[in-house]
Write a protein that binds this ligand. Structure first.
Ligand code: B1M
Length: 210
């Protein structure tokens, strides 16, 4: 079995220590960090996502797999990030209110850092008022919102409506993403950009501020 398959398998079993060690080993063997991410960690999480959908595994199994994924990411992060000296802009990143999913958001944080942004990660379950308050406090250039649930994606519109209500909408570039979000939805709620993955999010954000 290839080391990337092993990472995927151990991730599916929620074996964080093994995942961490294998990611380290793969790096030492010269495997490309993006392949470790996509073909090891994320491919394992995709298998778990499918099983979760078919009710073959439940929240606890998904949680331990997510923990294993985060353990692997902690080793991978420095390799995915090559920061320049001067930040190219400031980004506020969070998962919207009512939503606890943070893996995609963490990837967006990582990729934005890698693209040279100063990133303020405001976490999960973030209320519209907090997005606004943090953006104002930090004098951000871009607000990035992640949502993984069809029941929480509507919060993105509430966030944008609050910016409009406080007459600060034009101060910020607003980017949205997450599995249930798409281009059409982004346009409908008045976001500036929708991006399908973390790497594209970083590319688009970079283009938007430079
Ligand atoms: Co949840 N969950 N979950 N879950 N979970 C999904 C999202 C689901 C699709 C599973 C399913 O049924 N197939 C489903 C949502 C259905 C829907 O709304 N249509 C679901 C559900 C229903 C739930 C609960 C309601 C389950 C329950 O309690 N009965 C519950 C809700 C809790 C809550 O948030 N209030 C719940 C809980 C959980 C766990 C806590 C167990 C765990 C989260 C752990 C954690 O995040 N720390 C979890 C997980 C792990 C998943 C799945 C399996 C994997 C999500 C993930 O991390 N994927 C997921 C199924 C799936 O997606 N296949 C599922 C990997 C990650 C890298 O992808 O986040 O999509 P993703 O990010 C991508 C892109 O979307 C994009 O970039 C990333 C790739 O580079 N992206 C952005 C994300 N944000 C972006 C922002 C951007 C740009 C791009 O710009 C700002």
């Amino acid at each position: 079995m290839s080391i990337l398959n092993e990472i995927s398998e151990y991730l599916q079993k929620g074996r964080a220590k093994n995942v961490k060690a294998l990611v380290q080993q793969a790096l030492e063997e010269g495997v490309n960090p993006k392949d470790i991410l996509n073909e090891g960690l994320l491919s394992g999480m995709t298998v778990i996502g499918g099983r979760f959908k078919r009710n073959e595994v439940f929240v606890p199994e998904v949680l331990v797999a997510a923990r294993a994924l985060n353990a692997g990411l902690s080793i991978l992060e420095p390799k995915l990030i090559e920061v320049g000296n001067e930040p190219i802009g400031k980004a506020i990143v969070g998962t919207v209110q009512g939503d606890l999913h943070d893996i995609g958001k963490n990837l967006v944080v990582m990729m934005l850092k890698g693209a040279g942004f100063d990133v303020v990660d405001i976490g999960i379950d973030v209320a519209p008022e907090t997005f606004l308050q943090k953006a104002e406090e930090e004098n951000a250039d871009i607000i990035c919102m992640s949502a993984l649930l069809t029941t929480t994606m509507g919060k993105m519109k509430e966030n944008i409506d609050l910016l409009k209500e406080k007459n600060v909408r034009d101060k910020y570039i607003v980017m949205v993403g997450g599995a249930p979000v798409n281009e059409e939805f982004a346009e409908e709620i008045g976001a500036d950009y929708y991006t399908p993955d973390a790497a594209t999010a970083a590319e688009v954000a970079k283009r938007a501020v430079t």
